[in-house]
Each structure stands twice: as structure tokens, then as C-alpha cells.
Design a protein around this ligand. Structure first.
Ligand code: PGA
Length: 253
């Protein structure tokens, strides 16, 4: 993973069908027509599992990487109705996976389970987009930094290949709400994440850290001046190719 690129990652969540694959072609056309953006950005779309094989089998566009959004904590195959594991995701051609998203944490996913999943993803050579972030209650109690530290400490291990992990800071209160953190808070949090990461893992390594939560075509310009932000995890707005493209365009304006 490199900090020389800006990451624009779409999280389609439980949206999208075969017809939505045309959105991917549209984004691809835009990227290829814009040399400067193509050179400086990395585009990853985390789509529903149902679309991954079709994409990798019949589209496979060079400028776009594809990922999943979660998988079962069990590394081996087994009687887990409705689930897939990391190897099944890799098998259909995914290269990335989102893990630790707050929507999954709401359903009971603990830091311990997330750690197991990250381990299993890395074993399969899947790159991980690891989500962290505080709830509104934690924010109001001024616990943002301690919550983040705990999530990093309990979900990552010094033995993991940190090069294959992208961190996405997504304040839970910001996801889908239209609210974004103040610039000064963001600067402070991003500096803290990068510093803690080095401290915990005793490495000079500068992690790729993204912002996620209500990123849209108009607020994206607020983030451009914050150099610590290495990119964005975009939920709702990524379901529209036009909005996703406009976010990228406006970022570089
Ligand atoms: P949002 O979602 O952009 O719709 O707020 C972000 C996310 O859940 O990753």
C-alpha cells in the first residue's frame, strides 16, 4: 500500500444488481480519460458478493480493483448457512475486503472476531480495509481517541503484514447521517491514528488512513486540504456512478 496515491473506495453495501455493473464501466471510462487522476488515484469498489464473479470473469477493468464487504469468521468451510469465507471471496476474484464496518459491529462483531477475520483475509492475500470509529455517545464523552486506540490494538497484531491493511476512520455518527467531523478534529484524529500505529507496531511505517462517513460531491472539497487523509471510503454516494465520479473530480479541483 502506498501513500503516494489517493484512495477512492466505494462501499455499495446491500445495493446493486447485474444492471449496476454499468456504473463500473462508467467510472472506468472517466478514470481512463483523465490521465492526471488515473496516475494519482487508486479506485476500489467493494460490491455485493453476487456481482464479483461476473465482474472478474467478464469485465476485469484495469483501472478498477474489486472487493467484498465482509465474510464469515470461520476460515474453514462449514455448516454456516448464508455465509462465505475469505477463500471463497478470493476464489471469485476479489482483491480487497472491508472488515470491522460499524454496521457489522452493530450485529455483534467484536474486535476479537475482527482480528480473526483480518488474519484470515491476509492469509488469502486479500487486502483489508479495516474500519474504526467512535459512536456519538463516545464522542460526547470525549472518548474518540481511546476508542480508536482500543480498536487498533485489539484487532491488529504485530505479526500481520501491515502493508496489506488500509485503515478507514469512520465516525459511526457520521455514516449515512450527512454530518462530518470538524476539520480541526479530523486533523487531530488522523495525526493520532498515524502516531499510535507507529507506537503500537514499533515501525516507521506510515499507514494509509482513509476518511469515511457522509462523503459527498459538495463536502469532498473540505477534505482536500487535510494532507493526512489518504483517501475516502464512500457509502451512499458510491451507488451512483455520477456522484462517485463527481466526488473524485471535485477532490482534485
Ligand atoms: P456513507 O457510508 O458514505 O453512506 O456515510 C460510509 C460507509 O458506511 O462506509
Amino acid at each position: 500500500m502506498t501513500n503516494k496515491l489517493k484512495y477512492f473506495i466505494g462501499n455499495w453495501k446491500m445495493f446493486g444488481n447485474l444492471a449496476s455493473l454499468k456504473n463500473i464501466s462508467q467510472i472506468h471510462r472517466f478514470i481512463n480519460a483523465n490521465k492526471k487522476i488515473k496516475k494519482s488515484s487508486k479506485i476500489i469498489l467493494c460490491v455485493p458478493n453476487t456481482l464479483i464473479y461476473f465482474y472478474t470473469n467478464s469485465m476485469r477493468l484495469k483501472s478498477i480493483s474489486i472487493g467484498g464487504q465482509n465474510f464469515n469468521k470461520n476460515e474453514n468451510h462449514g455448516p454456516f448457512t448464508g455465509s462465505i469465507n475469505a477463500s471463497m471471496l478470493k476464489d471469485v476474484g476479489a482483491n480487497y475486503v472491508i472488515l470491522g464496518h460499524s454496521e457489522n459491529r452493530f450485529e455483534g462483531e467484536s474486535n476479537k472476531v475482527i482480528k480473526k477475520k483480518i488474519e484470515s483475509a491476509l492469509k488469502q492475500n486479500l487486502k483489508v480495509i479495516f474500519c474504526i470509529g467512535e459512536s456519538l455517545k463516545e464522542k460526547s464523552k470525549k472518548k474518540t481517541l481511546s476508542v480508536i486506540k482500543k480498536q487498533i490494538k485489539e484487532s491488529l497484531s504485530k505479526t500481520f503484514n501491515l502493508n496489506n491493511i488500509i485503515i478507514a476512520y469512520e465516525p459511526v455518527w457520521s455514516i449515512g447521517s450527512g454530518k462530518i467531523p470538524k476539520e480541526k478534529d479530523l486533523r487531530k484524529t488522523f495525526k493520532y491514528i498515524k502516531k499510535e500505529f507507529k507506537k503500537i507496531f514499533k515501525k516507521k511505517y506510515d499507514p494509509v488512513v482513509l476518511y469515511g462517513g457522509s462523503v459527498n460531491t459538495s463536502n469532498i472539497s473540505n477534505f482536500s486540504s487535510i494532507s493526512e487523509i489518504n483517501g475516502f471510503l464512500i457509502g451512499g454516494a458510491s451507488q451512483s456512478a455520477k456522484k462517485f465520479i463527481d466526488i473524485i473530480k471535485n477532490y482534485y479541483k
